[in-house]
Design a protein around this ligand. Structure first.
Ligand code: KG4
Ligand code: ZN
Length: 346
């Protein structure tokens, strides 16, 4: 059975609504307040919330029209209930509840992080059970064992400090690149030499691999880049932005890929899904594919537009929950800004 599900995402600065039928994506519409946020160098929660309110109804109208469906044909509504910015989440959840009541359909309040994994079904089909997931976004970096996307996800490791995307954003600022920094570092790296500067690789020493085998740490790397830049600036010479970007990116990506493949070997799980905004990174995509191939491990990464926040990912998870006959949320469910990955649905 292929349910028709509408998904709403408002956990950060993107307002996204997607409609899927089973694991087929029918339409995905996105509005972003990133340009308004860029002048502050980061996401201002109040600015994000207001932008969600303004974008919600126009986006809803557009996505329904694009998908060629009627609202009363929907089987269920899914909405991100956490983790994320409280005020931003409230806008999406209020809109989703209003819609669910108006058309008298079930609603699922879902986990944003699980949705970053579930979105892969829209491009690469059903998830093998179990599979591993490397989840790398602006707010989270975790290595997950996904036994069932609807009700059983365990964390094998996570970042002890900055998320991978956060490190990209902070290093970009040091290099004078715009916010959000990930795509700019990716672009600058294309003409840089990744071997030109040796930056530290977090939690990869022998001792760390004993205690923090599947954990990450990026704050030491970020500080090392800042110190390197300060020292260079004292010479008065032009900053080699591309080389710094490429060397930094290489250090992040190498740790992410190596630890993920170590987890695959140790658990004997041969399929890895990579999701979250940083999964759009071109070097991560190529290094993961080429290193995994040598180990006979299959890597699945959705196209870049589905890696960063969007509504289709929420609809994709809603579709999985519906198909697995998971009970919908009560209409009184609340947002949870720190919803853990072990809870897929409120
Ligand atoms: O998943 P996402 O859209 O939002 C969160 O849930 O956080 O991830 C946003 C993060 C930002 O830190 C952004 O800089 C990073 O993903 N990002 C990238 C790339 N595109 C987005 N990082 C590295 N390379 C990219 N191409
Ligand atoms: Zn996200």
């Amino acid at each position: 059975m292929n349910p028709l599900i509408l998904g709403i995402e408002t956990s950060c600065d993107e307002t996204g609504i997607g409609i899927v039928r089973g694991s087929e994506l029918l339409a995905d519409v996105l509005a972003s307040s990133v340009e308004e946020q860029a002048r502050f160098g980061g996401v201002v929660p109040e600015v994000a919330s207001r932008a969600h309110v303004e974008a919600m109804v126009p986006i809803l109208k557009r996505v329904v029209q694009k998908a060629g469906v009627k609202l009363n044909e929907l089987d269920a509504i899914a909405v991100t209930s956490g983790p994320g910015l409280a005020g931003a989440l409230v806008v999406g959840v209020a809109a989703a509840k209003a819609l669910a009541v108006a058309i008298n359909k079930p609603i699922y309040g879902v986990n944003h992080l699980a949705a970053h994994v579930a979105v892969d079904t829209l491009e690469n089909g059903e998830l093998p059970q179990p599979c591993l997931a490397l989840l790398v976004s602006g707010g989270h970096s975790s290595l997950l064992q996904v036994d069932n996307i609807s009700f059983k996800i365990n964390s094998l490791g996570k970042t002890l400090d900055d998320a991978a995307g956060e490190a990209f954003d902070k290093v970009a600022r040091v290099l004078g690149l715009p916010f959000p920094g990930g795509p700019w570092i990716d672009k600058a790296s294309q003409c840089g030499d990744p071997l030109s500067i040796e930056f530290p690789k977090g939690l990869m020493s022998k001792e760390d691999l004993v205690e923090h085998k599947f954990d990450f740490s990026f704050s030491g790397l970020k500080t090392a880049v800042a110190r390197w830049v300060e020292a260079w600036q004292r010479t008065g010479e032009i900053l080699p932005v591309s080389d710094i970007a490429a060397s930094f990116q290489e250090a992040v990506v190498e740790v992410l890929v190596k630890k993920t493949l170590m987890a695959a070997k140790e658990t004997g799980i041969d399929t890895v899904i990579i999701g979250g905004g940083v999964a759009a990174n071109s070097r991560l995509r190529t290094m993961a594919q080429s290193m995994a191939e040598k180990e006979n491990i299959k890597v699945r990464i959705p196209r870049p537009g589905l890696c960063t926040d969007n509504g289709a990912m929420v609809a994709a998870l809603g579709s999985q929950l519906f198909k697995n006959q998971i009970e919908p949320s009560k209409i009184t469910f609340e947002v949870d800004p720190i919803l853990p990955i072990s809870v897929q649905k409120n």
